[in-house]
Design a protein around this ligand. Structure first.
Ligand SMILES: [Zn+2]
Length: 93
């Protein structure tokens, strides 16, 4: 979904489920029991993880961009225990 379409949907107040990472079944089954698959991480996500730049937050916190709870945001490919927020931050719920 491109950005213009996304903004149009927001403009008309149409709720969409935030899911930035599309994880196919084949990719999903490459994750370990703990939700890790380092070879699937994007370069940017790997850098964020290497810096240990992850905070733990409540899944009930409300995103200031889409007004949904953090738990309604998508998982991160390569680290399923992480959640990607609309502003690009990676958090642990
Ligand atoms: Zn959001």
């Amino acid at each position: 979904m491109n950005l213009i379409k996304l903004n149009l949907l927001k403009f008309f107040g149409i709720k969409i489920k935030t899911k930035k990472d599309k994880i196919s079944w084949n990719e999903f089954i490459q994750h370990t029991d703990t939700g890790n698959a380092p070879h699937l991480l994007s370069k940017k996500d790997k850098e964020t993880l290497d810096k240990a730049n992850i905070i733990r937050v409540s899944g009930r916190s409300v995103c200031k961009y889409c007004k949904k709870s953090y738990s309604d945001h998508g998982q991160v490919k390569g680290a399923l225990w992480l959640t990607r927020l609309c502003d690009g931050r990676l958090v642990k719920l």
